[in-house]
Design a protein around this ligand. Structure first.
Ligand SMILES: [Zn+2]
Length: 122
């Protein structure tokens, strides 16, 4: 059925419209969020043995986020924005607190990122 619609839409040059009906925007965002969460979990698991793989997973997750317009706010402390490496506490990152800010330094490229201390939601 869907295949038939796709074929028809191609004939009428309405592909964008029909694809929009099949894959609703909210659906796409939900799928993207799931995949991003999965990729970060994989990156965490693979970091010890294959750090280059975890870097690649972060790269893919960021690309998915950009394509589906999903923010990576929940994961922003887990990777370096400059070199794209996956950051693991005590391994390739240094975390300090100064002036009510969290200061995170990437040990690979020495990039510093600061976050405000917020209350943990429960
Ligand atoms: Zn870095």
């Amino acid at each position: 059925m869907i295949f038939y619609f796709k074929k028809l839409a191609k004939k009428l040059k309405l592909t964008h419209f029909v694809y929009g009906l099949i894959m609703h925007k909210d659906n796409i965002k939900k799928i993207a969020e799931e995949r991003i969460a999965l990729l970060f979990r994989l990156a965490d698991n693979e970091f010890e043995k294959h750090p280059e793989r975890s870097k690649r997973y972060v790269e893919i997750a960021r690309k998915i986020g950009m394509k589906a317009k999903v923010s990576l706010a929940d994961h922003k402390k887990k990777f370096c924005r400059k070199c794209g490496n996956y950051l693991k506490h005590g391994k390739n990152t240094r975390v300090r607190i100064s002036c009510s800010n969290i200061v995170q330094t990437c040990k690979v490229c020495n990039n510093i990122s600061r976050y405000k201390i917020t209350k943990h939601k429960e």
